[in-house]
Design a binder for this molecule. Structure first.
Ligand code: NAD
Length: 366
């Protein structure tokens, strides 16, 4: 069944789960500051959250943070019925592949059980809406290209690519995609799914490749690269992902899925070298190059070789296009970390160690 497009040009009530994380905070900032929407950010504030990312929104009438767990169905249902969202963007997740190797349990709880409970709470609310509001309502489930598994040297993931997740993280996200689809197919909930490639940009927790390398470089540490650094990711600037999510909610067809990617394929080694080159220019060392500190370390188990997205459906049907090319976005990201040391030094001061994890440690007790 086709439904009318949602216009989110006007002030709407929008619930964002995981809005204190990397992509969620960029989305909340965009929706409140640019879109003038009223946003409820439902976030458990795990280690990956940083409320400092949302300092600009504190005290604004159009924004509220509710500290809550998506696994708590009653609590979520209460927040939904009080706020009466017109759109829900679901981003809350455990998101780091290496952590999922060492401790998969939290990924199953939040990404699978939490998504099911959020969908069930949303369904109960949606069923109680007057018909006009129910037909305009959207639940945007935010997912990853990692659900499709690994590509060889050629080919691209399309929306029809089979699901072949390889890590506990991607398996849990694949399960959540199936649940989101099932809540549409079985109960009619107006769900749309987006599958996006690797994001980078300001405010990303320093465990992920790009900020990890930047802060280690600034602190004079070695720059570890998994294996030979030949794994390829299709990088997308976070603001472009945010624009895609808004386009999905506005113009996406209910029950459909949309791949989002930036035509930004790069080998990990080239990404690390790019960071070194920019730092050589912006903060030169007394001697040598940052690239002299690159070291190759044992590969991640099950490390997918290549991800690459065919975003033509999103471009054609949503009128969305990435606007930031990788070199410009990387430079902007590095500059942000150079200019916001307090943001990431606070994370280090709270005990985060930018060290290697995910090497098949004993998972039996986690
Ligand atoms: P992140 O780890 O930076 O943030 C996740 C947020 O979810 C945090 O604020 C955390 O506190 C919150 N959260 C975790 N468990 C929760 C729970 N049980 N209840 C409520 N809140 C909880 O993640 P991110 O990189 O911003 O990714 C956001 C979403 O986008 C995820 O669903 C991820 O799978 C997806 N995604 C990420 C990327 C990427 O490259 N980062 C790419 C494609 C898709």
């Amino acid at each position: 069944m086709k439904r009318r497009a949602v216009e989110i040009g006007l002030s709407r009530r929008i619930l964002v789960t995981g809005g204190a994380g990397f992509i969620g905070s960029a989305l909340c900032l965009h929706l409140v500051l640019r879109g003038r929407h009223r946003v409820l950010n439902l976030d458990k504030l795990t280690y990956a959250a940083n409320p400092a990312s949302l300092a600009e929104l504190e005290g604004r009438a159009g924004y509220r943070l509710a500290i809550a767990d998506i696994c708590d169905q009653e609590g979520v249902a209460r927040l939904i019925s009080e706020f009466r969202p017109e759109i829900i963007f679901h981003l809350a997740a455990e998101s780091h592949v290496d952590r999922s190797i060492d401790g998969p349990e939290a990924f199953m709880q939040t990404n699978i059980v939490g998504t099911q409970r959020l969908l069930s709470a949303t369904l109960a609310y949606w069923r109680g809406l007057p018909a006009a509001e129910a037909s305009g309502f959207r639940f945007v489930h935010v997912s990853t290209d990692e659900v499709y598994g690994s590509l060889g040297p050629s080919g691209l993931f399309t929306e029809e690519s089979p699901y072949r997740p390889n890590s506990p993280y991607s398996a849990s996200k694949a399960a959540s995609d199936h649940l989101a689809h099932a809540w549409h197919a079985t109960y009619g909930l107006p769900v749309i799914i987006s599958n996006c490639s690797n994001n980078y940009g300001p405010r990303q927790f320093p465990e992920k490749l790009i900020p990890h390398v930047i802060i280690r470089a600034i602190d004079g540490d070695t720059l570890p690269v998994y294996g030979q650094g030949l794994n390829i990711r299709d990088w997308l600037f976070v603001e472009d992902h945010v624009a895609a999510l808004v386009a999905v909610a506005e113009r996406g067809q209910v029950g459909e899925k949309y791949n989002v990617g930036g035509h930004g394929e790069r080998r990990n080694f080239d990404v690390v070298q790019g960071i070194c080159r920019h730092l050589d220019h912006r903060r030169p060392l007394a001697r040598g190059s940052y690239a002299d500190r690159i070291v190759f370390v044992k590969d991640r188990p099950g490390h997918d070789l290549r991800y690459a997205i065919d975003p033509s459906k999103s471009e054609r049907e949503l009128g969305w296009r990435p606007s930031v090319d990788f070199e410009a976005g990387l430079a902007q990201t590095i500059d942000w970390y150079l200019e916001h040391e307090t943001w990431w030094r606070t994370i280090l001061a709270h005990g985060y160690q930018p060290a290697r994890i995910g090497q098949l440690a004993d998972i039996s007790t986690r």
